[in-house]
Ligand binder design. Structure first.
Ligand code: NAP
Length: 269
């Protein structure tokens, strides 16, 4: 089993020499699907994977197999890494809102002529029972909720919380995995918890804090959908932040498609 040291940025549990001739696939992860893909490929005798995590949280969930942690140093750093590690294919399984790493991967792979598979999980789709207000970005979400005031549940990760520091008359329940470090809105309570959360927990949380508005990224997937379901059941409006454009290349929405592409590469090796 590979080891993982969030501060090193180096590979641990390195590939042994006998595995050097097998095609190496870099999985850009930090998502449940990145972990699932690494698990599904872990026992393959015809390829090797390296999972890459940004290192945003101190104790990330660990994919199976070899893991490296930390940024590459932009497009140039990523391109150098791909050459140095003799990577044959890159799978971008990062979060739908992680745009920079995907752009870097396109540029680095384009420069080296390496195949890149862009996996993006499907977005959530509004149902008749949902009360969604879709907005283009976090700034628009902040303007909207601060106009309406009230009590808002904010569970969007730590990086975008600064957009809500401009809100002065709105109370926020902020949920994050680790303590936020940047500017925050005047009126807030922070709770530190790591998902997934079941529906009952989400219903309880929204009720206990008399929440009347939820702000969410349209992340897609099942891991964080229960808060959307809870809002729906309680008739609470959701300010849904639309996804940014992540890739210029054609992308796939299932891991089965990713594995088909990988199999094609391995056959042609
Ligand atoms: P980002 O804005 O697209 O990337 C910023 C920088 O972080 C990149 O330029 C790269 O640094 C580094 N980076 C990002 N993902 C990396 C990876 N998998 N491996 C190595 N370096 C990576 O990314 P982000 O939105 O900060 O997200 C960071 C990570 O958290 C991603 O892996 C993503 O899957 C995960 N995540 C993000 C969200 C979200 O809402 N954004 C939610 C859940 C999980 P260098 O330029 O130095 O290479």
């Amino acid at each position: 089993m590979a080891d993982l040291n969030p501060t090193s940025g180096e590979i641990e549990g390195a590939l042994d020499r006998s595995q050097n001739l097998l095609p190496r696939i870099l999985i850009l992860g930090g998502t449940g699907e990145g972990i699932e893909l690494a698990t599904r490929l872990a026992n393959r005798k015809d390829l090797r994977t390296i999972s890459s995590l940004a290192g945003r949280v101190r104790e990330p969930k660990r994919p199976e197999g070899v893991v490296r942690v930390g940024g590459f140093g932009g497009v140039d750093g990523l391109a150098s890494y791909l050459v140095k590690e003799n990577i044959r294919m890159v799978v971008d399984a990062t979060h739908p809102f992680a745009v920079q790493i995907s752009r870097n991967a396109e540029l680095a792979c384009g420069r080296l002529g390496l195949p890149l598979i862009g996996f993006i999980r499907p977005p959530w789709v509004q149902t008749k029972a949902d009360l969604w207000h879709e907005v283009a970005d976090f700034r628009e979400a902040a303007t909207l909720v601060d106009r309406q005031k009230g009590r808002v549940f904010l569970s969007i990760g730590r990086q975008e919380l600064g957009s809500f520091a401009v809100c002065h008359g709105t109370w926020f329940l902020i949920r994050a995995i680790e303590e936020p470090t940047g500017p925050l809105p005047d009126l807030h309570k922070t709770i530190l918890r790591r998902g997934p959360f079941n529906l009952d927990e989400e219903l309880q949380l929204l009720r206990d804090h008399s929440i009347d508005r939820v702000i969410s990224k349209n992340s897609g997937g099942s891991a964080t959908y229960t808060k959307i379901e809870a809002a729906q059941l309680l008739g609470i409006p959701v300010v849904m932040v639309k996804r940014p454009v992540k890739h210029a290349i054609v992308t796939v929405e299932t891991l089965e498609e990713v594995i088909l592409e990988i199999n094609r590469l391995v056959r042609s090796n």
